[in-house]
Write a protein that binds this ligand. Structure first.
Ligand code: BG6
Length: 519
């Protein structure tokens, strides 16, 4: 592939200069040797915390292998895993091999490439709750002056001791960048504590807060759709748009994450991060550049403009027993082994209080054990001001843009067309899709795991697709206000059958405004 990075295909003037301050940057190059204009940090080692865990096995190791396979990791780049388990290098390589066997598609298991990749791996056991083990970790990493990228996914309670341990062991210097996986706290106060602890050791330009939704190709495509085409932006406001819907529905239940989910719930697990990031990208003003500062400046303005939600604009739900994908499943209480007051579904009517979005609701919903797995943004345009076909029986439906992130990836614009015929009994108008199937249009491109993009950006020091501290805090401020209202107004989850679209109230949220979810 030309140059190996999506950004290489851009027009020369379309690539911005990264504003990293770290000393160890090299200039990015386009295919054929042209200068790309952005600067890449150098990295000679990646340090993976939680290296034996589920995220590492399912996502991180396969993603790093994908980057290796495409020649995107420097030849000498080492990957050091760390976790509590007392493994040696060989046992960690075995674990990685088993994970790759399980999670890579069969056509990507090239023996030679796999063996080369495993050669990069080594392992150091560590109890991150105490400082004792960190010097040995530093010794294992050896010389990090060529750049170190740390990926930290850990229980919230371990953030502070881990940062302190890294700092004491000399693993926080200029050449080190840190990626932080959620959960980063569970309310504004705890998130500030974690952010303060990290900020004591790393400046913001070396902190990479991960929201894996930003690594999804279609999410980045939203920016291309809005800002690389002329036809949407003039309508992308309260004059042209009636409302926006964002749905992230899942068919899975707890998936063995009992402790975490019981303390978290759908609002904090999905809305606080993924859904609000989708909302911010949909609603933001055009940034001046494709640049970490410019894009994040625009997103944070949206997040700060979110109006506090009223009690009548929110619905909580919890799944009861039902059927998903044709099979019977138990209730949330069955999965948890106890009754619980936490929500597995939430629907909200949000408003962005600025000129562009005045009077345009953003309906948001997410839940577990729903009817389908689907993540999408639906932009519902307004109707034409006058129907010239009415006298001839022609009925109009307003245009609707569907940006589907998964399971399929497409952008579909529903437009009105005349049904072919002589129209002697009236004009029949029908909604037909103008379809951009990303899978079909870019069939040659391998569909990447979101973490591939994010790990590569962390390794290269490119912050655009990471969440800045002020964004996280604006997100939490809005979420905390919702939870406060749940507590003061006694808003409890309503039961819904597994396999449905959530409690009736979720449906009523749009219906009572004479609108419908895109189901
Ligand atoms: C995670 C949540 O952030 O996102 C999970 O913690 C959820 O509960 C997952 O299942 C969904 O991600 P995706 O990429 O499968 O939509």
């Amino acid at each position: 592939m030309a140059g190996g990075r999506g950004r290489n295909g851009a027009c020369a003037q379309g690539i911005a200069v990264a504003r990293g301050k770290s000393a160890n940057f090299v200039t990015g190059r386009l295919a054929g040797g042209a200068q790309a204009g952005y600067r890449l940090a150098m990295t000679s080692a990646v340090l993976l915390f939680g290296a034996t865990g589920d995220l590492a096995r399912r996502m991180l190791l396969p993603s790093l292998f994908g980057l290796h396979e495409d020649g995107l990791l420097g030849p000498g780049l080492r990957i050091v895993g760390t976790a509590r388990s007392a493994l040696g290098d060989a046992a960690f390589r075995d674990l990685a091999q088993t994970a790759l066997d399980e999670f890579l598609p069969p056509d990507r298991k090239d023996e030679g490439k796999l063996a080369e990749f495993l050669e990069r791996l080594s392992y150091q056991p560590l109890d991150a709750s105490t400082p004792e083990g960190f010097p040995a970790l530093a010794a294992k990493l050896g010389d990090i002056s060529g750049g170190l990228a740390i990926f930290l996914s850990t229980a919230p309670a371990l953030f502070e001791p881990t940062i302190a341990g890294l700092e004491a062991a000399g693993l926080t210097g200029e050449a080190v960048r840190i990626g932080l996986e959620k959960p980063l706290g569970n309310d504004l106060a705890s998130s500030c504590r974690i952010n303060d602890a990290v900020a004591a050791a790393f400046p913001e330009e070396r902190i990479f807060r991960i929201d894996h939704y930003l690594g999804k190709e279609t999410v980045q495509n939203l920016l291309a759709l809005r800002f690389a085409n002329t036809m949407f932006e003039p309508l992308w406001n309260a004059n042209g748009i009636d409302h926006v819907q964002i749905t992230v529905s899942e068919t899975v239940g707890l998936e063995g994450r009992k402790g975490f989910y019981e303390d978290t719930g759908a609002l904090r697990d999905m809305v606080q991060n993924h859904i609000l990031q989708l909302l911010a990208l949909t609603a933001m003003e055009p940034p001046a550049d494709y640049d970490a500062t410019a894009i994040r400046d625009e997103k944070v303005k949206v997040l700060r403009a979110l109006r506090p939600v009223k009690a009548s604009e929110m619905v909580r739900g919890q799944y009861a027993a039902g059927a998903v994908n044709g099979g019977g499943v138990g209730s949330f209480a069955d999965d948890l082994g106890a009754a619980s007051g936490v929500e597995t579904f939430v629907a909200l009517k949000a408003h962005v209080d600025n000129w562009r979005w005045q009077g345009v609701p953003f309906y948001l919903r997410t839940g577990k054990r729903l009817a389908e797995r689907r993540s999408e943004i639906v932009v519902q345009f307004k109707c034409v001001p006058h129907n010239i076909f009415a006298e001839r029986g022609g009925k109009l439906t307003a245009n609707r843009l569907v940006i589907r992130l998964q399971p399929e990836e497409y952008v579909r614009l529903q437009v009105m067309a005349k049904q072919p015929g002589l129209d002697r009994h009236g004009i029949v108008l029908r909604e037909v899709p103008l379809d951009l199937s990303l899978t079909a249009a870019f069939g040659h491109a391998r569909r990447r795991i979101a973490y591939e993009r994010l790990l590569l950006d962390l390794i290269e020091g490119e912050q655009t697709l990471f969440v800045r501290r002020d964004e996280v805090e604006a997100q939490w401020r809005w979420i905390d206000a919702i939870r406060k209202l749940w507590a003061t107004e006694g808003i409890e989850p309503k039961s819904y059958a597994a396999g449905s679209w959530g409690p009736n109230g979720g449906i009523a949220l749009t219906e009572r405004d004479a609108r419908s979810w895109n189901d």
